[in-house]
Ligand binder design. Structure first.
Ligand code: EPZ
Length: 423
């Protein structure tokens, strides 16, 4: 089992470049199913989730070639419509193929992904919205079995601006008869990116980035070439790393406007933040001040940066309240952070973090992709050695993370571990 070994103490400085967003590219790959022919997606990160989505598409009869930072996808006239549990369990985003398969093939059999380390991950809004568009959906033997000889546009009101439900309904609506209106839709930059690609394919979509999406169904879509939006969560991870290590990092390939609240919070903590064009420079020349964080759907503070915000609070001056409003179990990693000497008390979806001048290195376990990255950053500001296990989580969403951190001066490496730390 590979570990990431961190020797703490470095002040991170220098330049790092970020590529496309995991949470967009997976849906762009799913959307390619909506049009027969050759679609190319560029600025694609080299991460495990992209490989896994490639495996899923290949099982459906699609040809996928990942060459450098581009993915070339050849979609045939006839597609398979079944996605089994082994695939969905490895990569939840496979559930976002439900909409495109229903729209293209009129049926789909997709395994239910079940919960994971950050929460129950219900799908009621996906299923409810598709049913409103005329799909018959049963749940049987751990599978969602969906039929819709044809989908009809409908008005769907989401209880919560779910990213996944918005994406599935969007991708169903673009080929449905009539108009689909998604109210209380998600507004994330990844949703806008998906709308942009679908529009390039010939879809009629209004309101991208607002909480009301209006989709006029069309007969057919065409393949396209599309560049993925930058990964704001990876950009935010490096911005947090600069603040935590009292360093000076410039992140290139970024879209500062996608991280306004995050950068505002870093400035509140005492960092100097300079955003120019596609670069963000974060400098911290003193111990960070503790800042409260409340996670919310976009444009709120992203839940995917919550573990990094907590790691920052763990070494800040003062006490901070971290409130997690999106995933009910996203404090799962707190015990690992406490193993590094952090002072964190949780109560429901609130956590009080009393900052300490120093953390102390220890073996810890990554419980999901973001918690893993947060623990590596905490290791960088801890005394001694931190060994992070289950690093496959990190590889799912961070391309060349260790190499990038080393480039910024961190003493970090991948080591073969004698045994896994999972008990
Ligand atoms: C996407 O997950 C991202 N994953 C998550 O990133 C991200 O944290 C999340 O959006 C929120 O921004 C991908 O894009 C692959 P949701 P998704 O539907 O679509 C509840 C990462 O670290 N809900 O917006 O699953 C749900 O349980 C990952 O990269 C329902 O109750 O998120 C959750 O509590 C983690 N019923 C909340 O809504 C539904 O039908 C938000 O879920 C759908 C969702």
């Amino acid at each position: 089992m590979e570990h990431i070994r961190v020797v703490g103490g470095a002040r991170l400085t220098g330049d790092v470049t970020v590529t496309g967003a995991k949470n967009s590219v997976l849906k762009l790959m799913a959307a390619s199913l909506l049009a027969e022919g050759h679609t190319t997606i560029t600025s694609v990160p080299e991460i495990l989730d992209v490989d896994d989505m490639g495996v899923v598409l290949t099982r459906l009869g699609v040809t996928v070639e990942h060459v450098g930072s581009a993915v070339h996808i050849d979609v045939p006239a006839e597609l398979g419509t079944e996605i089994d549990y082994a695939l969905v369990r490895r990569m939840r985003a496979a559930i976002n193929l439900l909409g495109p398969l229903l729209a293209r093939c009129g049926r789909a059999r997709v395994a239910l992904p079940g919960g994971d380390n950050i929460g129950s991950r219900a799908l009621d809004m996906h299923v409810g919205g598709l049913a409103k568009m005329g799909a018959q959906i049963e749940s049987e033997h751990g599978y969602l079995i969906a039929h819709a000889p044809s989908l009809t546009g409908a008005q769907v009101f989401l209880d919560f601006p779910s990213v996944g439900a918005t994406e599935n309904l969007l991708m169903a609506g673009v080929l449905a008869k009539g108009t689909t209106v998604i109210d209380n839709a998600a507004r994330e930059p990844e949703i806008v990116d998906l709308c942009t690609m679908l529009s390039e394919m010939g879809a009629q979509i209004g309101g991208a980035g607002t909480s009301t999406l209006e989709v006029e169904g069309v007969e057919r879509l065409r393949p396209t070439e599309h560049e993925t939006v930058p990964d704001r969560i990876v950009v935010g991870t490096f911005a947090m790393a600069a603040a935590m290590s009292q360093g000076d990092i410039t992140v290139h390939g970024a879209r500062p406007e996608h991280l306004e609240l995050v950068l505002y919070k870093l400035a509140e903590a005492g960092a100097t933040v300079e955003a120019a064009g596609r670069s963000i420079r974060v400098t911290m020349d003193r111990r960070p001040r503790a800042v409260d964080v409340v996670t919310l759907p976009y444009p709120g503070f992203p839940t995917d940066l919550q573990p990094m915000a907590m790691a920052l609070a763990a070494v800040s001056d003062g006490a901070a309240m971290i409130t997690e409003n999106v995933f009910e179990a996203r404090f799962m990693f707190v015990d690992e952070l406490v193993r590094l000497g952090a002072d964190v008390r949780t109560d429901g979806h609130h956590a009080v973090v009393r900052g300490r001048a120093k953390l102390s290195g220890a073996p810890v376990r990554a419980t999901d992709v973001r918690a893993g990255a947060g623990l590596v950053l905490a290791g960088i500001v801890a005394d001694g050695v931190t060994d992070v296990s289950d690093v496959f989580h990190i590889d799912r969403g961070y391309a060349g993370f260790v190499g990038q951190l080393r480039g910024l001066g961190a003493e970090v490496s991948r080591v073969e571990g004698a045994e896994s730390l999972t008990f």
